[in-house]
Structures are given as structure tokens and as C-alpha cells.
Design a protein around this ligand. Sequence first.
Ligand code: 26W
Length: 767
Amino acid sequence: MNFRKKQFLEDVSHILAADYATDLAQATRKELYNAVGKAVMQETYPDRKTEDGKKRCGYFSAEFLMGRAIFNNLMNLGILSDVSDALASVGRDLNAFEEVEDAALGNGGLGRLAACYLESAASMGLPLDGYGIRYRYGLFRQTFKDGYQHEEGDDWLKWGDPWSVRVERDAVVVEFADLKVKAVPYDTPIFGYRNGVVNNLRLWSSEPVQAFDFEAFNEMKGENKAKENFDATKICDVLYPNDNTMVGKILRLRQQYFMVSASLQDILRKQKAAGKDLLQLDRDYCFQLNDTHPVIAIPELMRLLQKEGHTFEEAFGVCAKVFNFTNHTIMAEALEKWDSLAIADILPDVYEQIVACQKRLEGEGLDPEKYFIIREGIVHMANLAIYVAAKVNGVAEIHTNILKRETFKNWYELYPEKFVNITNGITPRRWLLLNNPRFAELIDSRIGTGWHTDLKEISKIKPYIADMLPAFRVIKEENKRKLAAYIKEHEGVEIPENFIFDVQVKRLHEYKRQLLNALSILYFYYGIKDGSIRDFPPTAFIFGAKAAPGYYMAKAIIKFINEVANLVNSDEEVSAVMRVVFVQNYNVSYAEKIVCAADVSEQISMAGMEASGTSNMKFMLNGTVTLGTMDGANVEICEEAGAENEYIFGATVEEVATVRRFYWPLEIVGQDPSLKRALDAMIDGTFPDETGSLKKLYESLTTGHSPDRYLVLLDFADYVRVKEELLRDYGSDEFWTKCLLNTAAAGKFSSDRSVKEYADLIWHIGC
Ligand code: 26W
């Protein structure tokens, strides 16, 4: 974008005057933030390329974890330092906007992936638009009290949202059996990286229909009207805070239908207005279904096409061409299943379409035990998606192989050509240029800036690694200093900056095994206390994670880690070489600070469970070695960087499969007194356990029908061995070389590459 400082400051002044009756000198930070955002919106509006007749892809997702928009937008427009200078010239500070809330309209990996894909598509000039829900409250804000997690509503609009525009003219009505709702879109531009491209993120907001559609409103009976107003706004109230567990709440089903129905109605209306044949929708559109959450779009499009006079078979044919489905997890409890009666009750016409799909499937003469959409009164959303969609993909090689071999084995045998792998990626703009500018400059100084838009080029730093080491270390130290100061201020824990920063940040889940990490810390603690571990390399263990509010064990693990942190940090002897901190409210903005400051990236899920992981890629790109299992994208990280440059431990997928059949964890504990000591701390009064949750945690590892489901105790010894090896390697030139070799090998993990693969193999756009 062409920046004219005088014009910009005038724009900002005018907006401040018109909207807030104030000026550049007097405006509050919030007022200034909104005026700056609006000034950018208004200056970039003419640049937006509108419909150019090319086929577009709609990315349908219940989650978009965008984080903070302002710095990324200014960077991609190429005006970050210009705006900073312009504001400074009138005595204002751009960095003050560091307090602006994140747009946390997502839970974790799946939502952040959607955000990276939007940025990458725009940056490569690919026509991809996001469609989702404008939740009034995003993912809860997390605090700790006495070590326990507490949740508060996330009022993400507190600072306003200058980046979105309400598009009243595109509003539609979404109908449920018992309720009609007005859907209003809010459009947010997605700016490509310095290429003038602007794609769109369209988030729908639900409102009462009354003022919008009098007829619809008048059809309703008296007492229904009040209920209607209440229920309509409720649909978009809040993001469901579950990650990897399906909670069969009807409101969630309403959210899913609301967003896809509104999006499809909007798109079909435009196609009709342009005189297009709806049966040729695939010439202009395709849709990516981000996990099962938007899969109800399939029967909805069938319904809408039949309403336009087409047959079921014709509608089915269209859906088979336009829809594609991404699976992000193999956890059985995450695969969405809905009660037939519930769908039939609130969406009878949509349910009819699902039944028609089931009938059609039955007509194919296949084994009904193996192939079904509805069975025993339950609708299996993943099966519906696989039956109809053109392509089905997993998100890392190992994950796609598990889908083919196990999770969707029957379907793979039937439709082998439908299944493809697209390994996840991250945008190198937000995850290196923006969060680690000095490291980015160091790289630029050696190999130029080509890697900004073609991350494969980053391998060109290889010959310069030895000579980059000193500067890299200085930058890392500086990043660590900043993070330590931030943690001191926000968590009240002091971390000496000369400590190793060992980091595990991600959602809290038993399969991710934060507990394994915590147990190893206790093992080190007792070893240092009894003298069996000497010269322990000074290390800070940093955690960040939110637990789903209803996930008992995850919350118990948070309590446990917080108690371990107390024990370690308040012990004079041990705290000289060890600190533990669990940061509160881990989110995208916190991640940006953490990722550039980490020395160790913990990716320690039980093999086979983490579909891909994406934080592993962020750490790698920023020059961090992985301490991890052969799981998800870790496998490909090893392939790219060489396993000798990572720290790998634990049972492989194959080993997990055999061990799990006759696994008796107490046997392992019995043979390992130091493990037993760490474990016993959960129940022997070492820690306050006001609610008994630590005891339950202990029991989950040791007793019951299938103790230690995620093989924490099995992998413990190998984990501790490799972790100690890593911590002892730290600080040598060899170690720092490994770090930079990781950066050099991160090219594959750009979301530019992922999105290009989707575009070529699945969407057939941008050619
Ligand atoms: C229905 C409840 C629910 C909510 C969210 C089920 C499943 C989910 C997501 C699919 C969970 C998720 O975010 N999965 C993560 O997706 C990332 C992006 O592909 C992967 O990198 C992670 O490994 C995977 O856990």
C-alpha cells in the first residue's frame, strides 16, 4: 500500500472528530485504535479486487482463531513502520495497541490453522474466503486461583472491531422448525502480504427476525415472539470451549446449521442474480469443510437446490463436486454424532435429506455393517461427509495413514482415490517476521527476503549457520529477557534469563501428556534434593494451556502442575536451578512472545494421537529443537531436519498398538522407585488436594479398567533420559547449530505450501 503520512493523519483526525468528538492529542487509546483501523480500512477499500469471475473456495469453519489483527494487517500492507512513525510524530505510540484483545474465535489448532490458511491464500493470490460465526464471546479467559482454573467470558469486542463491516444488504433468514433467525454478515478483509490482494472472512451474527422480515415475524404466535428474540441472539452468544470432545448440545447444532445455511443461501442468491445455472455451481465454487462441524452444509445445499426445482440426484451430484472434508482428529469422542430425533426435531427438512443419503447409500449394495450414515438412531457426520465429498484429507502423513488403515478403513477400501494427505502449515509472516523481527532481519541479511513468500528458500541459510550463531544467540537472549519480564509482570514468577526455556504450550488434554512433563519435573526435583542428580542445567519449565471447563482430568492436571510449580519455586535450593510457571490465559498473542523465546519445544503426545500439531512447526521455524515423540508432524519435522537434530523418545505407533493390549502400568512403577516417588506426591499429602482431584488423577494412571490410557508411565523413563541429554547438550555450539538447522529445514511447514496443495489437488482454483 502506498502510504502518505499527511493523508493518513488527516483520515485518523477526521474519524476521531466524527465518531468520538476528539482529536489526535486527546483521544483515548481505544478511540485512537478504532480510528487507525478505520483509516486503514478506508484507504485500502479501493484496492480490493472484487469478483473477477474466477472460481473461489469457501472455507467453512466453526472456528477462526485470528489473534490480534492490527500489527499483522499493517505488516502485510507494508505500512507497519510508516504508521508507527506517523503516530510517533504526533506523540502517540503504536505499541499501546498491544493491549487490544485477541479475536479468539477458536479453541486451538483447528481454528488457528484456518487463520493461517486465510493469510496464506491471500498472500499467494488464491481466491479463498472464510465463512463462520461471529461469536459474541470467544474462548473463555483463564485465571488461576489456588492453582485451579477459573473461566471468565471473553469480551473480545471490548476494544471495538474496526476491521469488520456489517453488510446489512446480504442478510438472510435461517429457519429452524421452531425458530426463524436473521443472519447478518460481518466482513473482515484478509490482506495478502504486500501483493495488493484482499480476500474476505465473512462471519455471521444472529439477530431477531422481527424488524427485518415482518411477514415471518407476524406468522409467529404472541408468546413465541418474546422467546424468538431471546433464542435468536443466543445462537451466536459464545464459542463452545471443547477441543476434541463432542458435547451433544442442541445449541451447538443450531450454530452449525445457522452458519452454513446463511453462507449457502447468500452464495446461491448471488449465483441466481447473476443468471447462473445452480447445477453448475462447481464452476464458480467449492467448499472446504473444516472437520465435521460444518458438515450439515451438505444436506442443506441438497435442500436448497431441491427448493429451486432440482431433483435429489441432481443436488447430490452438485454436492459431490463442491464439498471436501478435512479430518483433524482420530479421537473417537471428537467424531460428531447427533441424535436423529434431535435433528429431525429442529431441522426436519434437512433430516429428510440425510435420510435420502442413507437410502442412496443402502442402494449401492454394500455391507450395511460397514457403510452407514444413520445407524441405531444416530447420525454419523464424518460418514456423511466421506460418502458425499469429493476429497477427504488428513493433516499429516502419519495421520492420513491412520485414517486409511483404521479410523475410516472401510471407506478407504471403497473410495481409495478420495483420500489425500495435506500436511498442515503455519504462516511465516505472523510466525517469524512479526513475532521475531530481529531474527527475520538476521536471515534477510544473509539470504535476502525471498523466504518471506517462498519459505523453501530459508534453507539457503545453511552455509551461513556458523557465522550466524553469535547474533542468533544474542537475539534469543533478548527474546527471553522480554518474555521473562512479561511473565514476571503477569504471573508474578521470576525466571532468570540465563535458564533454559523449556516450553509446552497447547490445549490441555490427557493425550498431549502435560502430565508426563510434570512428572519429569518432580523426578528432577527429588533427584536434586537427594543428591542423585548433580549439576542440573538451570531450566525454566513453562506451560500454557486451557482446559475445557467440563474436562475434569484436564483441570486436575492444571492443579497438579501449579502445585509442582509452588513446590519448586519456593524451595531455595532447587529454585537456584529450576523454575516452573504455568502462564494464565495462553492465547495467540502470548504464543507470539513465547515461540521466539523457547529453547526446547515439548511435543510429547502419545504416538498416534496428535493429528499433526502446529506449534511444533512454529518453534522449529524460530530455531528451537523438538523434544518429542514420533507423532503427527513431528515425524515430518525429523525427516526434514534430520532426526539427529531433534530429541526423540518413546513408543512408536506400532509399539503403542501392541503394548496397549496387555499394559499393566503398576509393574513399571514397581520397578522404578524414582518414578514411584514422583507419582506418590499426588496422594501422600505433599500437595494440598482440597477437592480430591489429584487423587483421581493418580487413580487414572494406576487403577480401573484401562489405567494410564495414554501410556505416560510407559514412556516416562525414555522421556527423562532424552530430556536430560538435551538439557546437558544445551549451550554448546553444536546445540545452537541444531537450532538453526531446524530453521533452515522448516520450508515445508509454510501454510503457503499447504494451501497451494489444497488449491492444486482439491479445489482446482488459481490455475
Ligand atoms: C466437537 C468438538 C471438537 C472440537 C474441536 C472436536 C474436535 C475439534 C478439533 C478437531 C480439535 C483440533 O483442533 N484438532 C487439532 O487440529 C490441528 C489442525 O489440524 C492439528 O494440528 C492438531 O493435531 C489437532 O489436535
